[in-house]
Design a protein around this ligand. Structure first.
Ligand code: M6R
Length: 615
């Protein structure tokens, strides 16, 4: 989950590489670096610890003024070796070859031992350095750089997206991928590579998405691609629908803030052409969806992080509303635990990026365990590894999400899942026409309801100030609101570094209530549903232990306010589908404003990356 950019152009590529890296910082920002081939045919490198702006500053200094028409660049999320200059990419072997890498080479220790025996010297603690040495070694017996990279990659176990340049082949850039994303940008004045098309939008809108195991040779005028078996192949060139503006801040202070406020539109876009006046269009899941949904006996959902929390809400919906059995598990556990997958299972993956390594591997594992299952993904990225590996795809139309903390991806995933639950219920006749109509009407109200919930911001800004010196917080809810509490706690911990836990409100008495005193704020979600009275009793139990409480309630819930308890009416008259989506909004705003109070880096919180393409 690092970011790669590279290019061969008719102009100096430094500014293209730096701009591309900035657009990829969501993938990691521990350190960054670049290499260009200078006119004298040497590899000129600059590296800096921290964000890309540090590299940019370094390149302005006299000593580091470099330029070149071919180069590779990298922004790092450290896996092997601390964030430092020596561990920053690109890595170079014997002044002859330079490499940027996204992924993990799992057999790097074996390779390192044998390379050391052959006299190679190591200057970093990374797994990537073995790649540079392996390619250098293969170059001795190869006629082209492409051949050398092919031979070297054949010795790697693990995942890689690679960009490679060598002064011996001054007109060529080699790119290859396996298990990590890599796209080729086809431009008028050059050809480029990147981990994500967003990095290249200022130079091109034409992209080739490499398949697993593909290797590409880029020159100024040509892109030639070979598949894993070494056969030359044609891959389609696709025109991106994204534009540069979508990935800029506009009037907002942070991407997270912008993305929170984009939710009404993101939900509208996700619903567009997927519903009619009274119905959900099952074909939104693909032409084969109706036939597949008919025979499904149970659903298995797999995801990570926020996407997992969305799946948890859907588990309630599947069983409660559509009466279809549903299990959910985090991908990092599922992929390693030899699960049982019955015939008639719909295997649903949820992923904003579509590149999360754990989710992708869980999908591959599931298909190996039982080849008869059907697979469906809910994803925000059309050309991702997970969409390509799934039989049915539903694209959330949230637009690019840059802030590391997921917001609009989550609410649009919930919309997608609501459509899925309804489509399956209708197909299996567990949801009748009247219920379907009610769900569709609820979904249509969502953009307006989200707007209303966003209006609570001023009040939430005041509440956020109370978290300034807090180190722990508890989030509680019942039913789907337990999943929303989990999402609220995840948001708070990842961007404000406050330890936060979520519990089903009825579970507190089995242990966690011992934690409660005046130092731990408790955030509760109180929709007006059949569990409201039970929740009210739970709130009393918490209150009598002296906690400071914030309750986000439905206007009709009438939670009685007490000393040290703020009750914030968010909205009213919500249904089982709309309620979890709407109660998410105040929790997003709360974590955002607590992070501002704490002064953390909201869009790039420490130790995290947007897209986790490593184990
Ligand atoms: O791209 P994905 O939805 O597969 O990503 C899964 C998680 O890594 C992601 O949701 C993560 O938990 C977010 N940072 C949460 O805000």
């Amino acid at each position: 989950m690092c970011g790669i950019v590279g290019g061969v152009a008719s102009q100096d590529v430094i500014s293209i590489l730096l701009d591309g890296l900035k657009r990829l910082e969501y993938r990691g920002y521990d350190s960054s670096g670049l290499v260009v081939l200078a006119e004298n045919n040497s590899l000129n490198r600059a590296r800096a610890v921290g964000k890309v702006v540090n590299l940019e500053e370094k390149l302005k200094t006299k000593k580091n003024k470099i330029k070149g028409n071919i180069g590779i660049a990298h922004t790092r999320w450290a896996t092997h070796g601390e964030p430092s200059n020596r561990n920053a990419h690109p890595h170079i072997c014997n002044h002859s070859v330079s490499v940027v890498h996204n992924g993990i080479i799992e057999n790097y220790l074996d390779l390192k031992t044998s390379q050391k025996e052959q006299g190679y010297k190591f200057t970093s603690d990374t797994d990537t350095e073995v790649i540079a040495h392996a390619i250098h070694l293969s170059m001795q017996s190869s006629e082209t750089l492409l051949e050398a990279v092919q031979k070297a990659t054949a010795t790697f176990d693990g995942a890689y997206g690679l960009g490679v340049v060598s002064p011996k082949y001054p007109d060529t850039l080699i790119a290859t991928r396996k298990g990590s994303p890599l796209v080729i940008g086809v431009g008028k004045n050059g050809n480029y590579i990147a981990s994500d098309q967003m990095a290249l939008l200022p130079v091109t809108k034409e992209f080739i998405f490499l398949e697993e195991g593909d290797i590409a040779e880029l020159t100024l005028t040509k892109v030639t691609i070979y598949d894993e078996g070494g056969n030359q192949v044609e891959r389609p060139v696709k025109t991106s629908k994204l534009n540069k503006g979508q990935v800029s801040l506009g009037d907002y202070q942070h991407f997270m803030q912008k993305e929170i406020f984009e939710q009404p539109q993101a939900i509208r876009d996700t619903l567009e052409s997927r519903i009619t006046k009274e119905n959900v269009l099952i074909s939104a899941f693909g032409p084969k969806a109706q036939r597949i949904f008919k025979k499904i006996k149970q659903v298995q959902i797999i995801a990570c992080g926020t996407s997992y929390n969305a799946g948890l809400v859907a588990k309630y919906w599947f069983e409660d509303i559509a009466r279809i059995r549903c299990n959910i598990e985090v991908a990092s556990e599922y992929r390693y635990r030899h699960p049982i997958l019955l015939d008639g299972t719909l295997f649903v993956t949820i992923s904003q990026s579509g590149e999360t390594a754990d989710t992708l591997e869980a999908l591959k594992t599931a298909k190996k365990i039982n080849s008869k299952i059907n697979t469906l993904c809910i994803c925000n990225s059309a050309e991702s590894s997970i969409t390509r590996g799934s039989e049915l795809t539903f694209l959330t139309h949230a637009g690019p999400e840059i802030g590391v903390a997921s917001t609009k991806a989550f609410t649009t995933q919930l919309v997608a899942l609501a459509l899925l639950v309804t489509s399956m219920g209708v197909t299996q006749k567990t949801i009748n026409k009247k219920q379907e109509k009610a769900i569709v009407e609820g979904l249509k109200r969502l953009p307006g309801l989200v707007n209303k919930a966003l209006k609570q911001e001023d009040q939430i800004i005041e509440l956020a100030k109370r978290f300034k010196d807090k180190t722990s917080a508890l989030f509680v809810g019942r039913g789907t609101m337990h999943a929303i509490a989990m999402e609220g706690a995840l948001k708070l911990k990842e961007i404000s570094y406050i330890h936060a836990e979520a519990y089903p409100a009825g579970e507190l008495k089995h242990g966690p209530i011992a934690l409660i005193d005046e130092s731990i704020p408790v955030v509760a979600i109180a929709p007006n549903d059949e569990l409201l009275n039970k929740l009210k009793s739970n709130l009393q139990e918490i209150k009598s232990r002296g906690s400071q409480m914030i309750v986000f309630e439905d206007e009709d819930s009438h939670v009685k306010s007490m000393k040290a308890m703020d009750v914030i009416p968010v909205t009213s008259n919500l249904g089982r589908i709309t309620a979890p989506i709407i109660f998410t909004i105040p929790l997003q705003l709360l974590s955002y404003h607590v992070a501002l109070v704490k002064g953390t880096d909201v869009d790039k919180p420490r130790n995290l990356a947007k897209s986790v393409t490593v184990e």
